[in-house]
Design a protein around this ligand. Sequence first.
Ligand code: HEC
Ligand code: HEC
Ligand code: HEC
Ligand code: HEC
Ligand code: HEC
Length: 267
Amino acid sequence: MSTSDGPAKKTIKDAAHETAVEPDTEGKIQKQDKGSGGSIILFFIFGVFASLILGWIIFPKLLYVKKKQPIDFNHAFHITQVDNGCESCHFFREDGTFSGVPKLDQCIDCHEEIQGVDRNEIKFVEDYVSKYRQVPWLIYSKQPNCVFFSHAAHIKGARMDCVTCHGHIGESTSLKVYEQNRITGYSRDIWGKNIAGFKKNPWDRMKMDDCAECHQRDAADIEKTNIKSPEHRYIDNIIKVFSPSSLSLEKGDSVQTQKDACFVCHK
Ligand code: HEC
Ligand code: HEC
Ligand code: HEC
Ligand code: HEC
Ligand code: HEC
């Protein structure tokens, strides 16, 4: 009987007090219930969008500091001035090591004195050449110190083009802004523009996976043609480490050789 007690009491109360207060609050409570369900969903949708925008757009922007190169440099123009193409400035030394970014000595022959009216050239001659100070170029492709990379293996050995890994810097008329990761201190060119890791061009990013992906592809070609030199054995080791199931284990394989695969690219 207790269930019918409530409503019964209410009608008595209503009649007695003659007020519209009670039914009104009841109506409000019901509306609020429906309304809060809707706003929870709205709040959820808003939350999803907010975190997407935060994670995919704002965070990647905040993560990088923009830095300008000390002076601008026009590659396209300089190619017309030198005799030996890219090698005039980026060459291999006698011992097979790569010269990398050029030193002041490679510029001085032409820039001992200011030659024209270009603001960048005047700054270059006044601030660096005349004081014999090396230009502190920011290096877009700079890898962490633990990574070993050899240009000789790729350019002389595998005959690869600079564009494959660097894009079209060699044909550019000015240097792009350098972006440095606030947390790791690495260049933007390592993680790439896209935080999800999508890339259109092979040079868009150069993380460990990107090096390994190409080494693996190279190894697949070797498998197809069935030509396997001792130098290519290390690639097998890389594949074994990154996806052990893709290669069957051979006689003599050990955990030690798998471990060694890391030291192809790590010092
Ligand atoms: C007259 C000298 C000169 C010539 C010739 C030259 N470069 Fe450069 N290059 C430079 C200088 C100076 C920089 C330093 C700017 C910087 O830090 O990126 C540079 C930087 C680069 C970089 C960027 C390295 C990095 O990660 O920061 C690449 C890639 C490059 N050059 C490729 C080429 C290619 C390809 C050619 C031939 C088409 C070429 N260069 C010809 C002087 C030269
Ligand atoms: C073969 C001769 C030659 C060499 C080598 C050379 N330059 Fe130049 N460079 C020129 C000439 C010519 C100009 C045009 C001068 C002008 O109009 O101001 C120029 C212009 C410039 C300018 C202004 C235009 C621009 O690029 O934004 C800069 C900066 C510059 N050079 C830097 C360098 C640096 C750094 C090196 C060494 C890595 C170098 N140059 C090596 C001949 C050379
Ligand atoms: C297989 C990919 C690959 C190819 C091909 C390649 N590079 Fe690089 N390059 C790199 C990587 C990775 C680094 C960074 C190395 C490091 O930080 O230890 C680099 C660094 C550089 C640097 C800066 C070096 C420094 O620290 O002073 C220059 C300049 C450069 N490359 C020019 C070239 C030129 C010119 C060519 C073509 C002749 C070329 N690279 C081809 C991957 C490549
Ligand atoms: C687009 C393809 C490609 C990319 C990207 C690439 N490599 Fe390579 N790498 C090669 C090829 C091809 C060889 C030569 C294989 C050979 O000679 O056996 C090679 C050889 C090497 C070697 C020499 C190994 C030896 O035993 O002499 C090292 C070290 C190396 N790569 C490190 C790296 C690192 C580190 C990166 C990333 C920063 C990288 N590579 C990116 C294709 C690539
Ligand atoms: C094909 C070349 C290559 C091989 C093989 C390789 N690495 Fe790397 N590794 C890199 C490059 C390039 C980076 C720097 C870019 C990055 O952080 O992805 C890196 C970064 C790392 C880092 C992060 C270090 C830092 O300072 O950010 C760790 C840890 C690491 N590697 C461990 C390993 C281990 C363990 C193996 C063996 C299973 C291995 N790597 C094999 C190329 C390689």
